[in-house]
Design a protein around this ligand. Structure first.
Ligand SMILES: Cc1cc2nc3c(=O)[nH]c(=O)nc-3n(C[C@H](O)[C@H](O)[C@H](O)COP(=O)(O)O)c2cc1C
Ligand code: SF4
Ligand code: SF4
Length: 331
């Protein structure tokens, strides 16, 4: 189960099929599953790779497709029995790039789907984050019976400690076992969204959709720190970063606020606009080192007495442990 994460951040597209629409065909009786996902700083890619490997152990045939926000091509879903939809949560909602891609698709009526989302905190305000793209899926008569919320370290706000991430990855491993068991046995796992998370998601989603465009007026790069490696230009998923006539790093205004540029900048030279004013800044040059952290000894980080920001994890982890135990007994 412990695969090493592909640490290359050079490779922007991570799709299995070079020509997606020619892929597959339901040939040998195996379940054909497409994992369709969006990622900013590659946490969702990491989960997708784990999920791919785990479902392959069950004999499923998996194709992955990483959304390129500059290409909202409509895919051919006829080779697939089921689609897994993966994305981070931005402002208690799915990222706009993900929503836009889903809206550009024509899913076959009756197709099965499951959602595997992830985010930094487990507050219930995140519960209804899928509501906008679900509307589109329901219009296309897609059958969505399962939704899972993985926890991954923040790429915004603040840096998570390794010990916290170690436990988080273990909880994600257990949640993935729950997902795999339930999805492969067709056991629905769906909780209707309560009113208040739906309300929070509606209020915050819309500013999130335009927030990056507005914020990129405020983005700055410290010329004294910048080592002119141009990685931010090469990696930006929307080609929002360029060099102006003076040779300085400059920004257009079609930013997704994905944080890839500032998170991975080798010189930590970014000022990310209004988020800096809130004290939010995460720069991790090579990214969180999941491969190393996975090998660390597992020690309890969240305990029943945990207070403050991490208190929300107590209930989440208890529920994961409870369901995981049930499934291990059932197996
Ligand atoms: C613009 C933005 C908004 C975010 N909003 C939330 C949020 O509302 N709740 C949360 O728990 N995490 C939030 N996060 C954290 C991400 O969901 C989290 O770090 C995720 O694992 C990033 O996935 P990725 O690396 O695949 O992009 C936000 C991140 C960004 C960049
Ligand atoms: S990634 Fe950082 S150091 Fe490299 S060019 Fe961009 S701002 Fe400068
Ligand atoms: S400018 Fe930075 S935050 Fe905005 S889309 Fe590009 S990489 Fe993402």
């Amino acid at each position: 189960m412990h695969l090493s994460m592909e640490k290359s951040v050079e490779k922007i597209s991570n799709n299995d099929a070079s020509s997606f629409n020619e892929g597959g065909g339901k040939t040998n009786g195996a379940v054909h599953c497409l994992l369709l996902y969006y990622t900013g700083t590659f946490n969702t890619r990491y989960i997708t790779q784990k999920l791919k490997a785990r479902l392959e152990q069950e004999g499923w045939q998996i194709t992955t497709y990483e959304i390129n926000p500059l290409n909202n091509e409509a895919l051919d879903y006829s080779p697939y029995d089921i689609v897994g939809l993966g994305s981070p949560i931005y402002g208690f909602a799915a990222p706009y790039a993900f929503l836009r891609f889903i809206r550009a698709q024509k899913f076959p009526a009756g197709m099965r789907a499951f959602i595997y989302k992830n985010s930094g905190e487990t507050y219930h305000a995140n519960d209804a984050s899928s509501k906008y793209f679900l509307r589109k899926l329901r219009r296309d008569k897609v059958i969505v019976e399962n939704e899972y919320h993985f926890v991954m370290p923040y790429n915004i706000h603040f840096r998570f400690e390794d010990a916290c991430i170690r436990e988080m990855l273990e909880m994600d491993r257990k949640l993935m076992e729950i997902l795999v068991y339930e999805v492969t046995h067709r056991i629905p796992n769906w909780k209707p969204y309560k009113l208040w998370p739906r309300f929070v998601s509606s209020v915050v989603a819309r500013p999130q959709y335009i927030g990056g465009n507005v914020n990129s007026f405020l983005y700055k790069v410290d010329k004294k720190k910048c080592i002119n490696c141009d990685l931010c230009i090469k990696r930006c998923p929307t080609q929002n970063i360029y060099r102006n006539k003076k040779g300085e790093i400059a920004f257009h205004h079609h930013c997704l606020m994905c944080m890839r540029c500032s998170f991975y900048c080798p010189a930590d030279a970014f000022d990310i606009g209004f988020l800096e004013d809130w004290g939010w800044h995460v720069n991790i040059k090579g990214g969180y080192d999941f491969e190393r952290i996975e090998k660390m000894p597992l020690k309890p980080f969240i305990t029943p007495d945990t207070k403050g920001f991490f208190k929300c994890y107590v209930e989440k982890y208890e529920k994961i442990n409870e369901r995981y135990e049930e499934i291990m007994k059932a197996k």
